[in-house]
Design a protein around this ligand. Structure first.
Ligand SMILES: [Zn+2]
Length: 283
């Protein structure tokens, strides 16, 4: 199970997991190439909250989704606030946050759904974590920066999955590109929260100078997922650093004012159609 680049003829590139596609679950993590936004957002900025031109962002969203075979009305976007709240999304929410900021699902950094609706969050260094629980047909997405990681948003997602009748052992998780320990230095005030909240903190934090640490957000999230019961072989990590790869990715730490990549999870249309056909045949 691994992430792979998908490259289209019109210049759009995104990462996906072909193995999940075979199960009927499309995951995508966009790159910065192939869009219409101008510097410092060039070019496929997909987020409205970073002061880019709204017209350009909506155009970019259209281009990106068309490449995947979806429309704006198929997707839901949340107002990300670096918290740990998880919201259950239904088909009634379709299209929220896609044309404007105001209609987004307010103040939440994770969404889950069992329905046929796509979930999208935005990233420039924070960790995108995707979930799929085949037992209950549930998909989910989480946005975890250092705060969401330290306060264990992925644990909140798994608690919701268990409450809905799924089990962590039956779940799959994927971690997309994010800032690596190679480029992510934090101060004592961040380190101290990780020291308090994690058992194996030596694998997550490396002290480089007095009061300075390299923080490994991927390892921290992996540790939470595994301690909550997800099998290590069911976690698929992209192992790509957004700050190292300026050609492919925006990085807030590297660039400050910049664009955002999108992480999307949605059920594949062909699988929804086949399920629909089966339901008719059974009647
Ligand atoms: Zn790096």
């Amino acid at each position: 199970m691994r992430w792979e680049w998908e490259r289209s003829r019109n210049g759009i590139q995104y990462l996906t997991i072909p193995e999940w596609s075979k199960w009927g679950i499309k995951v995508a993590f966009s790159s910065r190439e192939g869009g219409v936004s101008r510097s410092p957002y060039h070019s496929l900025n997909l987020a409205l909250h970073v002061n880019d031109s709204t017209k350009d962002v909506l155009h970019n969203r259209e281009i990106f989704l068309a490449e995947l075979g979806y429309r704006m009305d198929d997707i839901v976007v949340a107002e990300q606030v670096h918290g740990i709240k998880v919201k259950a999304i239904t088909e009634m929410d379709k299209g929220r946050g896609m044309q404007d900021l105001l209609s987004a699902i307010p103040k939440c950094d994770s969404m889950i759904t069992s329905e046929d609706v796509g979930l999208m969050c935005f990233f420039a260094d924070c960790v995108p974590i995707y979930f799929y629980c085949p037992q209950i047909g549930l998909i989910g997405i989480a946005h975890a920066g250092w705060k969401g990681t330290a306060h264990k948003i992925v644990k909140e997602v798994l608690t919701r999955i268990k409450l809905a009748g799924g089990s962590a052992e039956g779940c799959y998780a994927a971690i997309g590109p994010c800032i690596g320990a190679c480029c992510y230095e934090v101060d004592e005030h961040v380190a101290i929260i990780f020291k308090e909240n994690f058992n194996n903190v030596s694998t997550i934090l490396t002290e480089t100078a007095e009061g300075k640490y390299k923080l490994d957000l991927v390892k921290a999230n992996q540790e939470i997922l595994i301690s909550e019961g997800i099998l290590p072989e069911n976690i698929c990590c992209a192992e790509l650093c957004t700050a190292c790869q300026a050609d492919h990715f925006y990085s807030y730490r590297r660039d400050g004012i910049t664009g955002r990549m999108a992480a999307l999870i949605i059920k594949e249309k062909k699988f929804i159609y086949l399920a629909f056909l089966r339901s008719i045949m059974e009647e």
